[in-house]
Design a protein around this ligand. Structure first.
Ligand SMILES: *Cc1c(COP(=O)(O)O)cnc(C)c1O
Length: 382
């Protein structure tokens, strides 16, 4: 574990435990209670690598996937992923031909988009439509009172298959998720208004709503899909959610190496702008990781690094390619640290991604999805 890295690869790497991912999928499926999962693999599977994740999901029986953007969907298709694939974004009319060509389910985000879909189905080819209702998130979707007419108009359009009705929750991961019920009630009214014309699939829950069991509606005899994102990767999007993830394992571990050690004298400052100053002689370790790898500069206030089983504070500004951590007094417990030692930014041996995120004033999703192309994703079995 403490051997120096060899070879020419990056010292910083994101280890991706496909075993942990497999475990999480099985754990979640065991609690599905009739619901069918949609694996959300947007943003390169929250930074974990969408191709490997999609492969494991398929092996575990998750046959439906969702991504955020058309470009992400096309990239998956071009690497051979032929799964059922929903694009969550609002399409622009000029993009709809690509949905036909790549066999993608399209989000009906407004009456104008519905019209463009009907036109594309007539002129280009068949489309699978998921009509989105804005029940209170106010990001995308049709007003609840406008949705039934749009569903019926699309159902009457040759070449359009209205496969699903869906909405997105605004507060499922918060300490007080009461607004989830308001959204569910508004959504139920649309399902009721459609009666027998309601599409065969319905999806409302995201990962947080699912693991917390916030929704018990059955939506008549419609098939209930659940859109699972962060929970697949063992990530909690908010501190209040951490207990609900018991039983899930973090999939990513971000680890680098100590590349330099020194003792700075009392009164000396570390890094750009001299924002941190040693009060006493202090052992400083320099690590190979910086903001160009996607680490937030905000880690200078409270960020921690795991080295040889101890947690050490980030000191001074995070640089583009390096950051510094204090090992404490030169003769203290940090004295055993050597150049080449592993330094864990999050995951086993360091802080959790959630703890590191809260030190930086953000959420774990932003940490993992923010890692840049410079960081190799390395599958490990563990
Ligand atoms: C990202 C996303 C999800 C997944 O959310 P998690 O909190 O990661 O489970 C579900 N639905 C939509 C519309 C999304 O954008």
């Amino acid at each position: 574990m403490h051997e120096p890295a060899d070879g020419e690869g990056s010292l910083l790497r994101a280890e991706i435990s496909l075993d942990a991912l497999r475990h999480n999928v099985r754990h979640l499926l065991a609690r599905a209670d009739g619901a069918e999962p949609v694996g959300v693999v947007k943003a390169d599977a929250y930074g974990h690598g969408a191709l490997d994740v999609a492969r494991v999901l398929r092996e575990e029986g998750v046959v439906r996937l969702a991504v955020a953007t058309l470009a992400e969907a096309v990239a998956l298709r071009e690497t051979g992923v032929d799964a059922w694939l929903l694009v969550l974004a609002a399409p622009l009319p000029g993009q709809l031909g690509a949905y036909v060509r790549h066999g993608l389910a399209v989000t009906v985000s407004s009456p104008d988009v519905a019209e463009a879909i009907a036109e594309t189905a007539r002129e280009v080819g068949p489309l699978v439509a998921h009509v989105k209702v804005d029940t209170g998130m106010h990001r995308l979707g049709l007003a609840p009172d406008a949705a039934p007419a749009v569903v019926r108009a699309l159902q009457a359009t040759p070449g359009v298959e209205v496969e699903a009705l869906w909405t997105h929750l605004a507060t499922a991961d918060t300490a007080d998720p009461a607004f989830v019920q308001t959204q569910a009630t508004r959504f139920q009214a649309v399902v009721d208004a459609l009666g027998d014309d309601a599409p065969p699939l319905v999806h409302v829950e995201n990962g947080p709503a699912f693991v917390r069991g916030l929704l018990t509606e059955a939506w008549g005899d419609r098939r209930r899909l659940v859109r699972l994102g962060g929970v697949l990767y063992g990530l909690a999007s908010a501190p209040s959610l951490v207990p609900d993830l018991a039983g899930l394992r973090p999939v990513m571990r971000l680890v680098t190496r100590v590349v330099h050690l020194q003792t700075v004298a009392a009164g000396e400052a570390v890094s750009y702008g001299q924002t941190w100053r040693a009060e006493a002689p202090t052992r400083i370790a320099t690590l190979a990781a910086g903001y160009a790898d996607g680490l937030p500069r905000a880690l200078q206030q409270g960020g921690e690094v795991g080295i040889r089983g101890g947690l050490h504070p980030v000191v001074g500004r995070v640089c583009m390619d390096m950051l510094m951590t204090s090992l404490g007094a030169p003769d203290g417990p940090g004295a055993a640290v050597r150049v080449g030692d592993e330094a864990v930014l999050w995951g086993s041996g360091g802080p959790s991604a959630e703890a590191q995120a809260s030190h930086a004033g953000t959420l774990s999703y932003e940490l993992t999805s923010g890692l840049t192309a410079r960081v190799p994703r390395v599958p490990v079995s563990r």
